[in-house]
Design a protein around this ligand. Sequence first.
Ligand code: PLP
Length: 421
Amino acid sequence: MAPSAILSTPVVELNKAAVSKNAQSSATLAPLDASKMTHSYKKVQASESNASDPASFTDHMITAKWSVKSGWEAPELKPYGPLALEPAASCLHYATECFEGMKAYRGFDGELRLFRPDCNAERMNMSCERIALPSFDEAEFLKLVMELLAVDGEKWLPREKKGECLYIRPSAIGTQAALGVQRPKEALLFIIGCQWAKLDEPVSPLDGVTPGMRLLASTEASCRAWPGGFGFAKVGANYGPSLLAQGEATERGFHQILWLFGPEGMITEAGASNFFVVWRTREGKLQLITAPLGDKIILNGVTRRSVLALARERLNATDKKFAPGVEELEVVERTYFMPELEEAFEEGRVVEAFVCGTAYFVASVSEIHSRGKDLKVPMSEGTNGLYAKLIKNWLHGIMYGKEDHPWGVKIVERGVPAIEA
Ligand code: PLP
């Protein structure tokens, strides 16, 4: 039986119900409140700057402590540095950790923008709920993210670095020191930022030249997530156990694992990104297909939902202004299996495939190695497939402010106050 037959409630509704239940249970405690934030700035010598070191984190971080007795303490903006944790902290033993991946984009107009940050805030709350960490007011959470960027944005992503981005990593951990297996009574929310390499036009690790992402399909012996599990939440527990397979894939010259589920080879997502195929049905209809959310196996990617929305809005029959070679396309979210994809390859119906996510952006796939078969994926535009390129350009335009769009949220930058700098 396909997992969708087991779990039919849509994932987003389940998430919202869970978050509101969690919020109600903590209604008497102090809420997360960005207006209470304290600031202590890093002392930086005029000559000292590591802003060009791609391996380093930005100067500051934001932390907010929570306890079951009093709720959220005042958030703190302070110099980036180690956290103090008890060796018995819940997160170190029971994986009470979740996180988000966001980027701040330096627009071609010089402005700094986040992309749909409300989606990350909502998903972070849902992930917290899944691992028994406290919920928070999403608007206040976003103010914390924006405050880190207000202070560090300009130094770490200067206005002249148009078209580049900074990575922002909010995380939450259970910090209570207690070895009993229980819901943590203390937690910490923290937000850090760093520079990020461009990953959307990968080349083959085998020759360093051939363009496209190489995916290695998982074997029947391992899966990333399962019905009733937590694959839909961005919890660290989804990633650690996948690193062995990822390491093997890297050694064999692949970029990511394409995670299949079950003996029938249900196609789910790639290691840190959602997976899409553009193919033709036997009747000749062009489709963009991706795994559905209802099974609660895959992550509800912010990029995934944006790709789907743009394809539905801009590649439907009512839009007559298609670029040359571009056709109307049907968007399909449904459970599909590796043998179906293999058949489509054999019958020459695969048009292209791509992965998408905050880290990889939109990256076209050139090859899938699945259970003994090498499936070569067409990339009609050289380094991209036609539809991946089109959708990528639309997203790029929104992220970097070439297109004025409600998904692009501007940051008001301030830097470190002169007296502190
Ligand atoms: N799937 C997994 C497992 C991921 O880790 C990510 C990246 O965060 C994604 C999908 C893509 O999600 P998003 O587009 O929100 O970055």
